[in-house]
Design a protein. Structure first.
Length: 436
């Protein structure tokens, strides 16, 4: 993993960080690193996520996947951290299976997905720590009913990934379903390197041990200095840039298969650091595509952004044929890899010219170890940024308020008045919280 900070420094951008500021911050980084390490040693809530590469056992995951064979398609039903990590891994790596994700309750999307599936060869992995996530349970009930209507015994085709108690745990015990643990003390958005993120990878035949080895490589690179740790260098610099006015964090991978990674990063950064009136708003972009759209704003709009450019150093080569058109002769005999690298470097230079800070992240290869290292590095970076900003990185009170309010409206416990304010309903309907 290589993190290049040169274009995020003051000599490259008006809101860039002076080198002296980073050197001064390194003392705070050392103190924060000590707090993080102490939290890891005690497996404290949140910090326990950084122990997943060593603690995650792949055997139970493989066994659960074997139990739903010979299914040919796996639908992961979850939302947020219960799906985005798995989607990132399976998108980035070239597996053998067919994995789909149902992570919204848009009825049109759910209907389209069901219509596109051969339900006779479909299995599901329903993921919710609490077992009470309304969106996840609603989609699960819809898919379960569709399987039953198709003559499929859903109990032979369902994996449950949940916490130690709750309705989904009860369901798994009642129907003797294979069940995997959502790790204790690990918020969903930090759980990619656990069963939460690895069931779909196992279904696709990916090397789970190699993914975890990549995470462990990143774990071993953590130190008490930002100048010796890629993760802490990134987290510290992002924190320092926010302090200097970079309130928008654009994540721009130069690999189509990393587009879900940008979505995963957006949840990680927003939900973890958007507290107490501070935090950077994530923006998702895709190189080269968004050079023809968002780059206009980045270069000519407000100087309130930091753009992270991500690419693998190794990539496929697709030759570009020679052409008889003189105007295109510069393309002939080259390849798409060379073109994409030129586009990457042009964007980086363009943003520097416009005075916008950028950070370059390069992984050696887009393989199992590379994606494990990338995910872990971003998680550790986020935790360091939260320590420096002095926010509660591992909580999400605003999200929980919205979840509970939605459940309350569905139960009839509250309603909306004519001004849109919540009011208590007269006769709330009972809800036993059991999906059946």
């Amino acid at each position: 993993m290589h993190v290049h900070l040169g274009n995020a420094l003051a000599e490259a951008s008006a809101i860039g960080v002076p080198r002296s500021d980073l050197e001064a911050l390194d003392e705070r980084v050392a103190a924060a690193a000590a707090r993080i390490e102490a939290g890891r040693e005690r497996s404290e809530h949140g910090y326990a996520a950084l122990n997943l590469p060593k603690n995650t056992e792949t055997g139970p995951i493989e066994a659960a996947v074997d139990a739903i064979r010979p299914a040919e398609t796996l639908v992961t039903i979850g939302i947020g951290g219960s799906a985005l990590g798995a989607a990132t891994i399976t998108s980035a790596l070239d597996g053998d299976g067919d994995t789909r994700f149902l992570d919204n309750v848009d009825p049109a999307q759910t209907r389209t997905l069901l219509a596109d599936l051969d339900l006779s060869t479909t299995a599901v992995n329903v993921v919710s720590r609490s077992g009470t996530t309304a969106e996840t349970l609603a989609n699960f009930l819809v898919v379960r009913d569709a399987l039953t209507d198709a003559g499929v015994d859903w109990t032979d085709r369902t994996i449950v990934t949940t916490g130690q108690s709750g309705p989904l745990r009860t369901l798994s015990e009642r129907h003797d379903l294979p069940v995997l643990e959502v790790p204790t003390g690990v918020p969903g958005r930090f759980s990619a390197l656990s069963a939460v993120g690895l069931v779909a990878a196992a279904f696709e035949g990916l090397d789970l041990d190699a993914i975890l080895e990549g995470g462990q490589t990143a774990a071993e690179s953590l130190s008490d200095s930002l100048f010796e740790s890629p993760a802490y260098a990134y987290g510290t610099t992002m924190y320092a840039l926010e302090e200097r006015g970079a309130s928008i964090a654009a994540m721009m991978p130069y690999a189509e298969v990393l587009e879900p990674f940008a979505e995963w990063f957006s949840q990680l950064w927003a939900e973890s650091l958007g507290k107490d009136g501070r935090g950077q708003t994530p923006a998702r972009a895709l190189g080269v595509t968004d050079q023809h759209s968002q780059l206009q704003l980045y270069r000519a709009g407000p100087t309130d952004k930091v753009v992270t450019l991500v690419r693998p150093r190794e990539r496929l080569s697709v030759p570009i044929p020679e052409t008889e058109l003189d105007a295109l002769s510069y393309l002939g005999g080259r390849d798409l890899r060379t073109l994409m690298d030129a586009e990457f470097e042009a964007t980086e230079a363009s943003l520097r010219k416009a005075g916008l800070p950028t950070i370059r992240i390069e992984i050696d290869s887009l393989d199992a170890e590379g994606i494990g290292e990338l995910l872990y590095t971003m998680e550790a970076a986020c935790i360091m940024a939260g320590e420096l900003a002095d926010v509660e990185t591992f909580t999400q009170p605003a999200v929980e308020w919205g979840k509970e309010t939605a459940r309350s409206l569905l139960r009839g416990e509250q309603t909306l008045d004519e001004t849109g304010d919540l009011v208590v309903a007269a006769d709330p309907e009972p809800d036993d919280g059991d999906p059946g």
